[in-house]
Design a protein around this ligand. Structure first.
Ligand SMILES: Nc1ncnc2c1ncn2[C@@H]1O[C@H](COP(=O)(O)OP(=O)(O)O)[C@@H](O)[C@H]1O
Ligand SMILES: [Mg+2]
Length: 434
């Protein structure tokens, strides 16, 4: 069942919903609402059509229902006293959309537009053709293998790592907020920064909007609870606990109460219970789900490293930014080589130097460009040595150069390999060290 079909049967807003009716246009005639997908207490999500690009998209409407109501198409504040709060939430919604848009990551939903209309804000998202993890868990006909689950976890960790590096928290990681696209790759959706803004108003509201039993860590349940990266990691752990065991873990408040009473944890750890999994994966989830934040894994990268450290069985390596590593190594080797060339004695007779035709700068730089073009082509791929073979046609200058290589064009290259010049030395060293 694809997402579109899922939505017809699950979670469609009820008749009392204040969702915009199908066929409503937004931003002039740019978008047309196809139908609502879901209505949380904070926003309404629609399947829509981008009429200019002629494609389906998802549109999220900022609609914190505790503060606003619909009149016609317009969204109006419920009372004057809510006006400021409502505007703050709309601002936060827009800010959140901008932050998500900055994070270009294959496992984070793409935001490609935000706009204001009907006195509220909208964000336009890529439509992910797939299903959410909750839907998959509940479908007995589709079972993910331990390997698929581990791969999914590693990819989501990479996405969450980026979120945290932007000083953001997701705040609502749960199986229904991770979609698996049609290639089986996970995509994180539904960031909750704006909900956080709404929750500051009343804790009663926050209980409705912010906390998801089973997934939210205990610090989400009380006012002033310090939320940090490890709060998201708890929720991610709980999500994968559910995926592995088929059951959502015990609510963290209950766990906390039992912990305080020195009773057994109602959430049974995973370690030792599932032979098909790498023990490191199970242990890492248990650690992320510790009750006290100080006992948990503190960063997504640290968690990923726990899994991939036992590398042999790890299905896919956590991204190590290989290009940057290669770039650094090359820069260092080239600079060492330049240093060597500078300090080398000239090959020619000192007394009667044969006039050496100045090295044609352009020629020298051609192959540097060629090299850089090759390295920039390989950017984003795995660590591999660039091809250095000359091509007949000049390679156009790449716009950006991931690897910055400084050469001293005036100095003739040492007689290593006339074709590769200084980089030949650099690569000789690099290959020798690998
Ligand atoms: N970009 C998207 N592509 C496909 N489906 C989506 C997308 N965003 C949301 N959905 C679907 O709509 C549901 C609700 O959206 P979500 O952003 O999680 O809002 P909320 O949970 O606040 O109602 C999701 O669980 C998912 O099934
Ligand atoms: Mg959601």
């Amino acid at each position: 069942m694809t997402l579109a079909e899922t939505i017809k049967t699950d979670g469609v807003p009820t008749e009392r919903s204040e969702a915009l009716p199908s066929g409503t246009t937004l931003l002039g005639d740019q978008f047309t609402i196809t139908r609502p997908l879901s209505s949380g207490g904070f926003g309404i999500t629609y399947l829509a059509q981008d009429n200019y690009l002629e494609r389906n998209v998802v549109i999220k409407e900022c609609f914190p229902e505790a503060f606003c109501r619909r009149e016609g198409l317009e969204v109006l504040v419920r009372s004057h006293t809510h006006h400021e709060k409502y505007r703050a939430i709309v601002e936060m919604f827009m800010r959140e959309a901008r932050s998500i848009a900055k994070m270009r990551h294959p496992n984070i939903v793409g935001v490609h537009r935000i706009f204001e209309d009907n006195q509220t804000a909208y964000m336009v998202l890529d439509l992910i053709d797939g299903r959410d993890l909750l839907n998959i868990i509940n479908d007995k006909n589709q079972v993910l293998t331990p390997r698929q689950i581990t791969e999914t976890l590693i990819k989501v960790l990479d996405a969450v790592d980026l979120v945290h590096k932007q000083d953001l928290l997701h705040r609502d990681i749960s199986p229904d907020n991770i979609l698996l696209d049609k290639w089986g790759s996970p995509v994180l959706i539904d960031f909750g920064a704006a909900r956080e803004e709404a929750s500051r108003e009343t804790r009663a509201l926050s209980a409705v909007l912010i906390v998801k039993d089973g997934y939210s860590p205990q610090e989400f349940y009380f006012a002033g609870g310090k939320q940090s990266a490890c709060s998201d990691l708890y929720a991610l752990g709980a999500t994968f606990y559910h995926l592995i065991t088929g059951k959502a873990p015990a609510n963290s408040q209950t766990r906390m109460a039992e912990f305080a009473g020195k009773n057994p944890d109602p959430c049974e750890p995973l370690a030792g219970r599932f032979d098909d999994y790498d023990p490191a994966v199970l242990a890492s989830i248990d650690k992320a789900m510790r009750i006290l934040p100080k006992d948990r894994t503190q960063s997504a990268r640290e968690w990923a490293n726990m899994i991939t450290r036992n590398a042999e069985k790890a299905p896919a390596p956590f991204k190590l930014e290989p290009d940057q590593q290669l770039g650094k190594t090359l820069t260092r080797l080239v600079s060492e080589t330049n240093e060597y060339v500078r300090n080398s004695k000239p090959l020619q007779n000192k007394k009667a130097p044969t006039p050496v035709a100045p090295v044609e700068k352009k020629k020298s730089l051609d192959w540097i460009d060629e090299f850089n073009a090759e390295t920039s082509k390989s950017s984003g791929g795995s660590l591999s040595l660039p091809k250095l073979a000359r091509k007949e046609k000049p390679v156009p200058k790449p716009k950006s150069r991931p690897t910055s290589i400084e050469l001293i064009p005036e100095i003739a290259p040492p007689p290593i390999n006339p074709r590769f010049g200084l980089l030949g030395v650099a690569f000789g060293k690099l290959v020798g060290r690998r």
